[in-house]
Every structure is written in C-alpha cells, then in structure tokens.
Design a protein around this ligand. Structure first.
Ligand SMILES: Cc1cc2nc3c(=O)[nH]c(=O)nc-3n(C[C@H](O)[C@H](O)[C@H](O)COP(=O)(O)OP(=O)(O)OC[C@H]3O[C@@H](n4cnc5c(N)ncnc54)[C@H](O)[C@@H]3O)c2cc1C
Length: 382
C-alpha cells in the first residue's frame, strides 16, 4: 500500500469510484481508493439499478438529468470499452391518492421546466404502457420515457478501470480503521494494511459513512437501513418501464435478460447494519406486487438479498467539506437513489475538492443544513 496520497477515497462503491475517476481526470495527483470488500460489494451491487429523472426538487432533477446524459455515453466519456446495459424503457410512477396526484403534477411542472420529458397519463394510458397493470383505484401516473436502468457492477467497474488508467490505486479487501487529525486537519488514514499520510479524505462509505465520520470526530446524521429485494426467473419481455409506487412503497422492473427485480420499503425498518434476508419480505412483496401486476404471481423467485440504504433525515445526501475538520469531505446519505446520480456526484465532488466552481450549486447538500434547520426534503422516494 502506498505511504502517501493527495486524496484518499474511503469506499469502492459507484460513488467512490466515480469521484476517484473525476479527481484523476482533473489532475488531483496521487489518489487511493480503499475498499473493505470488493468493488460494488456495498449498496451499489445490491441495488435495484433504476435511473429516473422524475424528482420533486430542482437539484435532484438536475443531478439525475445530467447523470442520464452521461450514462447514455459512459464508455465513450470514460474512454474505456464496455457496455453498462443502460436501457431507457421509462419509469411509470403510480398515483393512488389525490394528494399524490397533486404532488406528481407539481413535480411535472418542475421537471418539464428543466427539459425532463415526463408526462401525466390516465389509467387507460398507463395500461397502454404496461398492459398487465391493474388500474383499479389508480388515479393516474407520470411517465418519463428516458428513465430506465443500468447495470451497477458494470458502471462501477467502468469508472474503476478508467480511474486506474489515470493512475488511481485501488486497495480492495482493505479496511479503513481510523483517521488522525492534527490542529483540525486530516493527516493520516489508518488501514489494516498500513497507514497513508494525506490531508484530504473523502468519505464515500455508504451505510458506514457515520462510522467513518466518527473516526475524525464528526457526527454525521446518516444511518443505515436495510432494504430487501428479489429477482425472479427470466421470462419473455412483457414490461418495458420500471413501475414504481410510493403508496405501496414498491418498485419493479424487468431486466434485459427477462428476470424481474423488485423491492419494497418498510417504514418500520430499524436502524441496522443487518443485511440478512427475511421470509416476511417474500410474502409481503408477493402480496403487494400481485395486486398491481397480477400476472407476476406465476413467476418463481430465484434469489433474494438485502442491502443498506445510507439514510439522511431529509432523504437528500450530504455532499461537500466538513466545516470543522479541514480536508474531510462527505459524499453519502443517498437514501436509496445514489446509483442514478453517481456520474454527476463524482464530477461535482471532484470540483469541490479541487476548489473549482461546481456545474450545479450543491451548497444545499452541506451537512450544516441540519444545524440550520434548512432540510432539503425530497418528496418522491421509496
Ligand atoms: C435494495 C436497494 C435498492 C436500491 N435501488 C436503487 C435504485 O434503483 N437506483 C438508485 O439510484 N439507487 C438505488 N439504491 C441506492 C444505491 O444502491 C446507493 O445509493 C448507492 O449504491 C450508493 O453508492 P455508494 O458508493 O455511496 O455506497 P456503497 O455502494 O455502499 O459503497 C460504500 C463502500 O464503502 C465500503 N466501506 C465502508 N466502510 C469502509 C471502511 N471502513 N473501509 C473501507 N471500505 C469501507 C463498503 O464496503 C462499500 O463497498 C438501492 C439500494 C438498495 C440497498
């Protein structure tokens, strides 16, 4: 392991790899990524792979829109060969209450003002898009044909390959065990494989971001929450868009090779690092999904797993420097949508670390917002 670095990125998920690539591209010097497991072994490799631009806050819309633009040409942008399996089959967001329909219509006004091509659909129109959709009790839906899904392992490995070509050192199966500071500045990253002297650290540790913050004496309001997910046997193509429903707290998409991937959120899930699977999830998932997409009752489940959402109280990430410890930056707290915005987060974090103007203002993502009581609440999340 190297003894000195200009920047150490803690976490080899999609966010850490995208940041490392952008830093290297901008000439930030010697960069090391430290990952406890393998690349994408955290939430990234366990996620639902969905990518949508239909958000309820302006900055989230912009982050997603710009990230989609990059995902559309990622191999060319990164100058590496590969296919991230980005399929833009759309997202259909279902509205079951007047309140939700009103919020969706407000979101549409915002999205359309930002050139995001989402539209309102009646239940009948929604059924034209997803023919096996049960429209009972459905008030309508919003649909954006340019949303879709991509392969998180491939996106991460493409960023890592491009970063490695630019000289970034990756240390997998290596754990950051502590951080040292002197006079309020980062000085050393301690790992189980040796120490690295550095004055810049980026905390991209996902569900473990709070633990990494504590190593520097910083208390981040990020907490881990288990989310379960499953995949079915592959069947012939029958569903192009991701179907998402905040009312039933679920999402469901058919992957390019025919399997359905689906998950639900649980409002009572306690704060936990537990990523075991439960049989209760299987029954609850089956109950909720077969109500909305009845023919899926005929599918066999082949695998289930769980991962950690790195939750923030306002479901919006913390991006940027710590104001007390110089050289400590956080990019975490993505609350279930970090994969889809990772291309833009990588770029913005590199700009921030290098003291450059950011393409999109990100001061509202500062951790200081909690002390000021200026939460940036995202209304459209599962
Ligand atoms: C079930 C599920 C479904 C999801 N669906 C979607 C979706 O459809 N679309 C979407 O955009 N997002 C989705 N997400 C959220 C998305 O997966 C995350 O927001 C995103 O992957 C975060 O990436 P990351 O790199 O910040 O974190 P991670 O991928 O968790 O990476 C953090 C890494 O840090 C490492 N680490 C932690 N502590 C240390 C340490 N001390 N030393 C060294 N390494 C350490 C971990 O091993 C881990 O690999 C989902 C998440 C889950 C769990």
């Amino acid at each position: 392991m190297i003894k000195q670095a200009d920047v150490v990125v803690i976490g080899g998920g999609v966010v850490g790899c995208a940041i490392a690539y952008n830093l290297a591209k901008a000439g930030a010097g010697r960069i090391a990524v430290i990952e406890r497991g393998y690349l994408a072994s955290g939430a990234t490799g366990r996620c639902g792979a969905g990518v949508r631009m239909q958000w309820g806050t302006e900055t989230n819309c912009l982050l997603a829109r710009e990230s989609v633009n990059m995902l559309e040409n990622l191999p060319e942008l990164l100058e590496v060969n590969g296919d991230i399996e980005f399929k833009q089959g759309g997202y259909l967001l279902l509205a079951y209450t007047e309140k939700m329909a009103d919020q969706f219509k407000k979101n549409l006004t915002l999205q359309n003002s930002l050139a995001i091509p989402a539209r309102w659909t009646t239940p009948a129109e929604a059924r034209e898009i997803v023919p096996h959709l049960n429209t009972d009790e459905l008030l309508g839906a919003t649909f954006c044909p340019k949303d879709g899904h991509a392969n998180p392992f491939k996106v991460t490995s493409l960023y890592a390959e491009a970063a490695a070509r630019l000289g970034v050192r990756f240390y997998t199966y290596s754990e950051v065990t502590g951080l040292s500071t002197k006079a309020g500045k980062i000085t050393t990253v301690h790992t189980d494989k040796g120490d690295i002297a550095t004055n810049t650290v980026i905390n991209a540790a996902g569900g473990y971001a709070k633990m990494v913050g504590r190593m520097a004496g910083i208390e981040l309001p990020i907490f881990p929450e288990r989310h379960e997910i499953l995949v079915t046997e592959p069947v012939e193509p029958m569903q192009t868009p991701m179907v998402m429903c905040f009312y039933h707290n679920l999402y469901c998409q058919q992957t390019p090779h025919g399997s359905f991937i689906m998950g639900i959120g649980h409002p009572d899930e306690p704060e936990t690092f537990n990523t075991t699977s439960s049989w209760q999830f299987l029954t609850e998932m089956a109950k909720r999904i077969t109500k909305i997409l009845p023919p899926l009752a005929n599918l066999n489940v082949i695998r289930q797993w769980a991962g950690l959402y790195d939750m923030c109280p306002d479901r919006t990430p913390i991006l940027g420097p710590d104001t007390n410890i110089q050289g400590f930056y956080t990019a975490a707290g993505f609350s279930g949508h970090g994969f889809m915005i990772s291309p833009m987060v990588g770029k913005l974090m590199a700009q921030t670390v290098l003291g450059l103007p950011t393409d999109i203002p990100i001061n509202m993502f500062s951790a200081e917002r909690f002390a000021r009581g200026e939460l940036y609440i995202e209304p459209s999340v599962v």
